[in-house]
Design a protein around this ligand. Structure first.
Ligand code: TXA
Ligand code: MG
Length: 542
């Protein structure tokens, strides 16, 4: 890939490549685009190959002169008005297409997306080439969009399908153009950007905003814009959006396990999150600044190789939903797979760990908590459900442990893991880390739906490091005979097997010493009353 500096003669080089049917990355005021001659299906196919883009996701055709719109599309009256008002600029209009536009560009649709960019380099390249340019954002499909030449170079340095990039500096908007459909009846905003809903309503008072802008589409629902259904902008590490007071956000981040964390925060919050990697991305009330920096921040976070990314996100209300904040929300929601945590509510919730020996009554205690509105997470079940996902990690340590369907064979894994103390330690390391990451994910999914109280149950919570995820941990104890009876009945095993199981477990003292509270599960007093006493005690402590 040639890296052109935008010096004398560089635009001519880029234009030559485009004329030859090659792909060139160009700056625009929104994000960098991966451009090719829109009238040449062969050239367009290189864009899809370079990005690894699904072929059902159509491209935007970029023009240098508003009058070119009618060469490639069939505009209506609104389209002319909008072009007059917002072009050149970050507005893309979907219109019925003309036959000259190949189906490779529109992914077989009978409509075409048209935009006239404002960036002087983009305009110069389009007009000097005399070609309409098909150009998606210049990122590998699914990764955050590129807002600087370096981002493009990071993604495509070795890519054989990209001939050149021309460096036009940092992009002014930082998020892609507004996409507006002018087909199928009422004009509909498909992707929010710097031309906001408020601005569009000055021309289109009855503008609709597509539901998918802020909501996850059910798989069955056919997407209006194919791009809305693809996973977008996602960093490698699991990402969540966090809103609420800074102190509550900190509380939530802190109580999320011993993992490598990156917080993308508002300016001025850096010191608060000092224990984590911190990337400020703008003032909390300057939505244009947040938009400008958000993709760069996501890319920086990715480069830090952390285990989880937390993004501070402003509150959105009836007024701000019609402005640039909608674009920020739309991109961040996708980066976070629609997980948004209200940290003010999370701060009022409780995460209780429940641990103890087999048969002590962890499950019974969790049932009672469940009846009090706690969401029960059984870590044994979590491991059981996720073990196949962990196959690569397990096989890296133990060699082949999967069957012909790629599923973990527990018997083989057991034989290998229990063959030595060292192996067992290795298995526990993988299991504990994976389980706690999944527990955090399950809690986030639920918090995102408004559930904030959790009971996390498991015999190995202390070894798994769950103290770092729980407000407090309760140990449940019961005498040997009651435990024996319970385990025999529950699991249908005899004395010998039950006793063998007990012998491999930690002592009662271990649990009592490590726990914040101990509940004795015996006949004296009801279990429910004992739990209520612990909850009351904790409320006093809080
Ligand atoms: O700001 C931008 O628009 C940048 C710069 C390079 O111009 N380009 C860009 O392209 O963001 P891309 O391909 O990343 O996003 C285009 C979006 C996709 O969501 C796509 O599905 C949608 O526009 N789109 C394109 N043609 C369409 C059509 N005929 N009907 C519905 N949606 C369409
Ligand atoms: Mg894109």
């Amino acid at each position: 890939m040639q890296i052109l500096k935008n010096e004398a003669g560089d635009i001519a080089v880029a234009v030559e490549e485009l004329k030859k049917g090659n792909v060139v990355a160009i700056p625009t005021e929104t994000v960098y685009g991966l451009a090719a001659n829109a009238l040449d299906p062969e050239a367009v196919s290189k864009i899809f190959k370079a990005k690894g883009r699904p072929s059902d996701n159509p491209l935007i055709v970029h023009i240098a002169d508003a009058s070119d719109m009618e060469k490639f599309a069939i505009p209506n009256e609104i389209a002319y008005k909008l072009a007059e008002k917002f072009w050149p600029g970050p507005l893309t209009m979907i219109l019925p297409k003309r036959d000259c536009i190949p189906t490779a560009v529109t992914a077989g649709l009978d409509t075409v997306a048209i935009r006239m960019p404002e960036h002087p380099v983009a305009r110069e390249i389009i007009s000097q080439s005399g070609l309409p340019l098909a150009a998606p954002s210049a990122n590998i499909s699914g990764k955050p969009s590129p807002t600087s030449a370096q981002h493009v170079i990071d993604d495509f340095r070795e890519n054989p399908y990209v001939a050149a990039i021309i460096d036009g500096g940092k992009c002014k908007c930082g998020v892609e153009s507004t996409v507006l459909s002018l087909c199928n009846g009422t004009p509909c905003l498909l992707r929010p950007g710097f031309v906001t809903a408020d601005m569009l309503r000055t021309v289109i008072p009855n503008l609709k905003i597509a539901e998918a802008v802020l909501k996850e589409l059910p798989n069955s629902e056919k997407a209006l814009s194919p791009g809305l259904k693809h996973k977008h902008y996602a960093p490698k590490a699991r990402t969540v959006c966090i809103k609420g007071l800074c102190e509550n956000a900190l509380k939530y981040v802190k109580l999320d396990g011993n993992i490598k964390k990156t917080v993308i925060c508002f300016n001025g919050e850096e010191a608060v999150f000092a224990g984590c990697n911190v990337i400020p991305y703008g003032k909390s009330d300057d939505f244009e600044e947040l938009a400008e920096n958000l993709f760069d921040a996501l890319r920086q976070a990715d480069a830090l190789d952390c285990e989880k990314i937390y993004v501070r996100i402003p509150e959105i209300d009836e007024k701000s939903v019609n402005g640039v904040l909608l674009a920020v929300y739309n991109r961040l929601l996708r980066a976070a797979s629609f997980t948004v945590i209200d940290c003010d509510s999370a701060a009022k919730g409780l995460v209780i760990g429940v641990t103890g020996q087999s048969g002590a009554g962890k499950g019974t205690l969790c049932k009672i908590l469940e009846n009090k509105g706690f969401f029960h997470i059984d870590t044994d079940k979590v491991w059981h459900d996720m073990i196949d996902e962990c196959a690569p990690k397990l096989e890296a340590v133990f060699g082949k442990v999967t069957d012909k369907n790629g599923r973990v064979d527990r018997k083989i894994l057991g034989e290998k893991a229990f063959s030595s103390e060292e192996n067992l330690k290795k298995l526990n390391e993988i299991a504990h880390k994976s389980i706690m990451a999944k527990v955090s994910e399950i809690m986030d999914e639920n918090r995102s739906k408004g559930i904030f109280n959790f009971a996390v149950d498991g015999a190995a919570l202390f070894e798994a490091g769950a103290k770092a995820n729980c407000d407090f941990i309760i140990a449940v104890t019961a005498d040997w005979n009651s435990r024996l009876d319970r385990v025999k009945k529950r699991d249908g095993i005899d004395d010998k097997r039950a006793e063998a199981r007990f012998s491999g477990q930690k002592s009662e003292e271990f649990y009592i010493q490590n726990a914040d509270f101990t509940i004795i599960n015996d006949d004296i007093g009801s279990l429910e009353a004992k739990i209520e006493a612990v909850l009351a005690e904790n409320c006093k402590l809080k």
